[in-house]
Design a protein around this ligand. Structure first.
Ligand code: CAA
Ligand code: NAD
Length: 291
């Protein structure tokens, strides 16, 4: 399929939509690589939190001598917070990192397709949703791609790239080069529910909830078991809180619906926590409480 996508050398201006845990880290990475970044969120409070979190994250790098204070200041200056999607009309690449809902993401992709210049690449940081279906909401499916970052984006080395059914080869190459430019190691996945990492990770997290729900052990012992028994940096329940229980539940539902196997059916305890607004660390309460 013909594409008008920008070459990687032309990716100078990046729009990041969703200034939550992921979007703030992604904006930081793009700014640190020298791009001008427009960071957009529908919630002004999220933008304020993002600016504080980016400053703190870059500040840690300065304190460790990994970047200079001038580089930190320059990165911060390259990020402009915006609230109107129209402002993204000139960007070369959009990375969407809003709520994990296919309907909400599709609506945004329709709008982005209308607003952005024809050469712009539209990427989604979705954890599990079909890139092909998001692409089908636009008139430029060859320029839509999955860029799946890991939390926290400034620290985690991996980036999973997902080609939709119509993603053009030059778009894939441009995004791969850009991903390497921001310091990531790239893996490629077919466009199947949960891609590679979440297909494997989320059933483990779900199983940890089942173990807690059915009284196999306390949350602390489940987490300590997996931390010390398998050398994971965090136990699965702690990791679920860190990711966001809403995100974990959405991914499990995509796996369950998309793969049609009851082994992906979300544990009722996870569902109940999300229903109760216990979304994890970002809300101060999940499996654990955060002071
Ligand atoms: N910005 C900059 N630096 C940061 C940072 C940030 N946001 N967060 C942590 N760091 C740095 C710290 O400064 C510290 O650096 P030094 O070792 O040089 O001092 C280092 O990272 C470790 O941080 P901490 O000591 O504060 O805490 P920790 O040792 O517990 O590590 C962690 C924190 C890196 C998050 C670690 O616990 C970890 O790797 N956890 C697992 C994370 C993971 O699995 N993420 C993937 C989730 S799945 C996903 O993302 C996909 C999806 O779709 C859901
Ligand atoms: P989050 O809840 O921290 O942030 C989402 C942000 O998007 C919020 O600030 C919200 O106000 C904003 N938002 C929602 N709808 C919007 C819209 N229509 N327009 C503009 N802004 C909107 O979520 P997160 O953890 O950063 O996750 C964001 C995306 O990244 C999801 O698709 C998630 O699956 C994916 N992801 C999450 C993780 C993780 O560990 N949390 C890892 C990889 C990928």
């Amino acid at each position: 399929m013909a594409t008008q996508a920008a070459a990687t050398s032309e990716i100078a201006a990046v729009g990041v939509i969703g200034a939550g845990q992921m979007g703030s880290g992604i904006a930081q990475l793009a700014a640190a690589a020298g791009c001008g970044v427009l960071l957009l969120d529908s919630d002004p409070a999220a933008l304020s939190r993002a600016v504080a979190s980016i400053s703190s994250s870059l500040g840690r790098l300065v304190a460790k001598g990994q970047i200079s204070q001038a580089a930190c200041d320059d990165s911060i200056k390259r990020i402009k917070c915006v609230s109107d999607v129209q402002e993204l009309q000139g960007v070369d690449l959009v990375i969407e990192a809003i709520v994990e809902s296919e309907d909400v993401k599709k609506k945004l992709f329709v709008e982005l397709d209308r607003i952005t210049k024809p050469s712009a690449i539209l990427a989604s940081n979705t954890s599990s949703i079909s890139i092909t279906r998001l692409a089908s909401a636009t008139s430029r499916p060859s320029q839509v791609i999955g860029m799946h970052f890991f939390n926290p984006p400034p620290i985690m080395k991996l980036l999973e790239i997902i080609r939709g059914a119509d993603t053009a080869e030059e778009v894939f190459s441009a995004v791969k080069c850009f991903s390497e430019r921001i310091g990531k190691t790239v893996i490629c996945s077919q466009d199947y529910p949960g891609f590679i990492v979440n297909r494997i990770l989320m059933p483990m997290i779900n199983e940890a909830f089942w173990a807690l729900y059915t009284g196999v052990a306390t949350k602390e012992d489940i987490d300590t078991g997996m931390k010390l028994g398998t050398n994971h940096p965090m136990g699965p329940l702690q990791l679920a809180d860190f990711i966001g229980l809403d995100v974990c539940l959405s991914v499990l539902r995509v796996l369950h619906n998309g793969l049609g196997d009851n082994k992906y059916s979300p544990c009722p305890l996870l569902v109940q926590y999300v229903d109760a607004g216990r979304l994890g660390k970002k809300r101060g309460q999940g499996v654990y409480s955060y002071g």
